[in-house]
Every structure is written in C-alpha cells, then in structure tokens.
Design a protein around this ligand. Structure first.
Ligand SMILES: *[C@@H]1O[C@H](CO)[C@@H](O)[C@H](O)[C@H]1NC(C)=O
Length: 356
C-alpha cells in the first residue's frame, strides 16, 4: 500500500510541468522597455557628462565577463532578470551604449538615467537625462524600429512590450530633502508628492499615446534604510537606524502611485498597468537578512559601506567586501545583484506573471 501512495504525487508533478512549459514558450511580451533612474539604468550615463557613473571596477565584477557596464550594481539589475524570465535576452542593453544597435534593441531597450526623477529640477542636480528626454529617445527608437522591422511589426512590438518604469527616489533624496533644494521652500512634502504624481501621470499618458499598454509602475523602496541615509542618521546623532521620515514619505507616495495606476486603468482604453511594489519585501530583507541568505544589511559591500557610490566606490578601496552575495546593498545607495534577483523573482511571481 505504501508504495502506491508514493507513486501518486510523482504522476501529478509530471502532469503540471507538461502544462506549464508551453505557456512560458508562447510568451506574449516581445521586448522589455525601461524608463527611470539608477535602479534600472543599464549604462546610459556612460555617454553623457555627469559625475554619476559606474562604468569602472568594482562595478560589474559579477556581471557577464566581469564587465563594468554602467549598472549601479556588482551584477545584474531587476530589468535584466525580468527580461530573462520572459524568455528574452538575460540583460536589457542601454539605448546610448554604442556596443548595441537596433538589432539588439528590437528585443529590449533601456532609456533610464541614474540620478533622474519626475521633476526636471532633479535631473539638473547631477546633469543627467531628464524624463522628457528619455521620451524623446524613445520616439527616436520607434523610428529606428520601424525602419528595421517594418511598421506592422514595429507597432506590434511597441504595443505588446512590457514597459518597466522605476524612479522617484531621487526627487526626494537628491532634490527635495537636500540642503540646496528650492523645492522645499516652494512645496510642503505633501504638495511636492502631489506635484510628482501629476508629472508621473503626464509621463504615463505620453507613453500611452505613443503606443505603450503593458506598464509596470514601480513603487519606492524604503529609502530611509539605504546605507547612505543610515550613515547620515548616525552623524545627526540618531543612531544606526532607518530614517523613518524618508520611509514614511515612500510609503505615502506608494499609496498615491497605486491610486494613479487604478485611475489610469479606468480612464485609458486597453491600458494594462500594474503596480510593482517591492517596499515590504526590501524592508523584510533588511530586517531579517539571514532568512534570505544574507549576512549584512546595515552597510554596503563597497568601501566602508556607508558613503561610497559612483566614483567614491573605486577598485583601490581595500575595505570592499569579497563576496557581494552576503550583502543586501552593493554600494551606499544601490542593492546587490542577489537582492535584485530576489526582487525580480518576487515581482514575476506576484505581479508580472499576468503578462507571461
Ligand atoms: C521640463 O522640461 C521640458 C523641456 O524643457 C518641458 O517641456 C517641460 O514642460 C518641463 N516640465 C515641467 C513640469 O516644467
């Protein structure tokens, strides 16, 4: 009798696999198209004059060929893993990267720029690509795509592609809450959030008008827990804890973003927008790193782990960790590859699976 009981589950498992595999192969997303900031920038900042770059070691040391690409990470970032999960290339190339051309971009392209925000004033802080310019580049891409695959196929790709939109952190940390910012004297934080939501709505409507339909809108992370903000807290004498004001700001903004997603799905015919919110997951990882296989969450791998990013995170720093997989954060502002993978898997399983 016992042997029979063991036999039954095996049959069920084989049956489930037979059903699942054809669904994955027949995926309907022909390309991943990315807009946003350093959370998703694959190297566009390499090609512009800004100090906010990461195309040097130790960035990229766990990427293919140990190559620094301009991703603010030791390896891949979420769009790369999401692209792979859709059966596309295992990374999404940057639009301005001269190593790639429209033959590559037809299956996925990234317009993001580290340091940018919804607010034009945010992109000016570090002279990076403003969001309106990301749209201009996207329009140019559409023309190139049409010339390459023909107008019918181009229209199909534009309409069926999955758009990943991830930005907003810089509007608060680099702009509103910085000492030099004019915004804090013009707006209360609630007013500024409302202003950003209007800009976000305007942005989504523009790409919708240009053909985008499947859009994943990404929520803000618990930005008060970034190592840089924790280090600033120590200096202010608040101890090594997350900055609750910044976390509350992110939480409230995420509620507003979620509301915007619902609104645009109601208002715009054919719109399939989803809210991809990694806030709670990232907070869980930070609070309980060992249950996700990490050893360190309070400081980053690079350098002292408190301040270093971009040019301050350089290969000569002897303090940089040897195994970034043990760290939740790669530099003082950005997650490690392993954390990015956990987030991408979570979003694929819970939100983006409807596009498979
Ligand atoms: C941002 O700058 C662009 C280009 O100058 C302009 O078209 C747009 O209206 C600006 N946005 C806001 C909200 O001022």
């Amino acid at each position: 009798m016992e042997a029979n009981y063991k036999f039954i589950p095996c049959l069920i498992i084989i049956f489930v696999q037979l059903i699942i595999i054809p669904c994955v192969v027949g995926g309907k997303v022909p390309a991943i198209i990315v807009f946003g900031d350093s959370s998703v920038d694959a190297g566009n900042n390499n090609q512009i004059s800004t100090v906010l770059k990461s195309n040097f070691e130790p960035y990229g040391r766990d990427f293919y060929g140990k190559m620094p690409t301009g991703r603010f990470c030791n390896g891949r970032i979420p769009p790369d893993f999401i692209s792979e999960a859709f059966g596309l290339r295992p990374f999404v190339p940057a639009y301005l990267d001269p190593m790639f051309s429209i033959t590559d971009f037809a299956g996925g392209v990234c317009f993001a720029s580290a340091g940018t925000g919804y607010d034009n004033a945010t992109s000016q802080v570090l002279s990076v690509i403003p969001l309106w310019k990301e749209i201009e580049n996207y329009k140019e891409y559409q023309k190139k795509l049409e010339a390459y695959v023909g107008s019918k196929k181009a229209k199909y790709i534009i309409q069926e592609a999955l758009y990943l939109v991830s930005l907003g952190t810089n509007d608060f940390l680099e702009n509103y809450y910085s000492i030099q910012s004019k915004r804090a004297s013009q707006f209360t934080i609630e007013q500024y959030q409302g202003f950003l939501i209007e800009l976000a709505e305007n942005f989504i409507k523009q790409i919708y008008q240009l053909g985008a339909r499947k859009i994943s809108f990404t929520g803000l992370p618990p930005m008060g827990c970034l190592p840089l903000e924790r280090a600033t807290n120590i200096i202010r004498g608040h101890g090594d804890v997350c900055n609750e004001k910044y976390n509350d700001c992110a939480l409230r903004f995420n509620v507003m973003l979620n509301g915007l997603v619902d609104k645009l799905n109601r208002e715009l015919p054919g719109m399939k927008m989803v809210f991809s919110n990694p806030y709670e997951l990232i907070l869980q990882i930070i609070r309980n790193p060992s249950s996700f296989g990490f050893e360190v969450a309070g400081v980053a791998c690079c350098g002292t782990g408190l301040f270093e990013m971009s040019y301050l995170c350089d290969k000569l720093n002897p303090l940089t960790c040897t195994d970034a997989n043990k760290y939740v954060f790669w530099d003082s502002f950005h997650l490690s590859q392993k954390t990015n993978l956990i987030i991408a898997n979570f979003l694929m399983k819970n939100v983006l699976n409807q596009f498979l």
